[in-house]
Design a protein around this ligand. Sequence first.
Ligand SMILES: [Zn+2]
Length: 117
Amino acid sequence: MTLAICVRCGQEKVGALTPCSSCGFLPRSFEDLAKSITLSDRHYDREALWHIADRIRSGKSFDFDEDAIARLAVELETDGGNLKMPLGCQLAVWTPVVVMCLLAAALIALVIYLMAG
Ligand SMILES: [Zn+2]
């Protein structure tokens, strides 16, 4: 369960990407999604979130790390909102499979060579 706070009114909510029960704000743009994910317990502990919520409720805006938000927004956009496996992980998964196939092919070639001989 993810504890998050509404980026617009500071209301606590469950899940970063859910609509706010207080003001009805639902993050839709990649920037809003990135901000909503940032204001959740994935990035801050509960105490820090409560402090941020207090700030937003008292009308002060929270100073987002604009660079981090921009990066996260681009990530969300390129992934289409899905958290895909990075290329490095895909290579790590497929490299042993490819090596195994090559070894098997080499073995088969060797057996055919020996039987023909
Ligand atoms: Zn709200």
